[in-house]
Write a protein that binds this ligand. Structure first.
Ligand SMILES: [Zn+2]
Length: 136
C-alpha cells in the first residue's frame, strides 16, 4: 500500500534553513517537538487541542557529550550529541555536525541542518544541529 502524502507529519521543512514542525497546545500554550499523538504532555488536554506550530531551528546548546566508541554501523565514532533548547521553547536532542566537543561550550548558538544519510533502509534525511558561526 503506498504511503499517503501527509506533509504535516514531516518533522522538518526542507529549506536551507529548516523549520521544525512542532505542536502547540491551545489549552495551555505549551509548545513541544517532536509531535506526538498522546495529547498535551503538560496539561493533559486531548489531541484535538494541539495545533501545528512551526519552530525556527535556532537555539542554544544546553549540554553535549561526545561518543568515542559506538557499535552501530550507521554512524562512525567519534560523534557528539547535543541538547539544544530552541528559541521557541522545546529542547531537542540531536547529533551535532561537530564530531567532537572541540570548541563547543554551553550556551553556544546552534541552528538546525538537514543531512542525507545512508542507512540500511536507503537514504534518509536526518535532523542535526551545527554551531552558528559568529564571524562578527
Ligand atoms: Zn496543554
Amino acid at each position: 500500500m503506498p504511503e499517503p502524502a501527509t506533509p504535516s507529519t514531516e518533522l522538518f521543512s526542507s529549506a536551507a534553513q529548516p523549520t521544525l514542525n512542532g505542536r502547540r497546545c491551545r489549552a495551555c500554550g505549551y509548545v513541544f517537538f517532536p509531535p506526538q499523538s498522546y495529547g498535551c504532555e503538560y496539561c493533559g488536554a486531548p489531541t484535538d487541542q494541539l495545533e501545528p506550530k512551526s519552530l525556527s531551528g535556532l537555539g542554544s546548546l544546553a549540554s553535549f557529550a561526545t561518543v568515542h566508541l559506538h557499535q552501530g554501523k550507521e554512524i562512525e565514532a567519534p560523534f557528539t550529541v547535543g541538547l539544544i533548547v530552541l528559541d521557541d521553547g522545546p529542547a531537542v536532542r540531536a547529533i551535532l555536525m561537530q564530531r567532537t566537543d572541540d570548541g563547543l561550550k554551553i550556551g553556544d548558538r546552534m541552528r538546525a541542518v538537514i543531512v542525507e544519510t545512508n542507512s540500511e533502509g536507503g537514504r534518509a534525511r536526518e535532523l542535526r544541529f551545527t554551531k552558528e558561526e559568529t564571524a562578527r
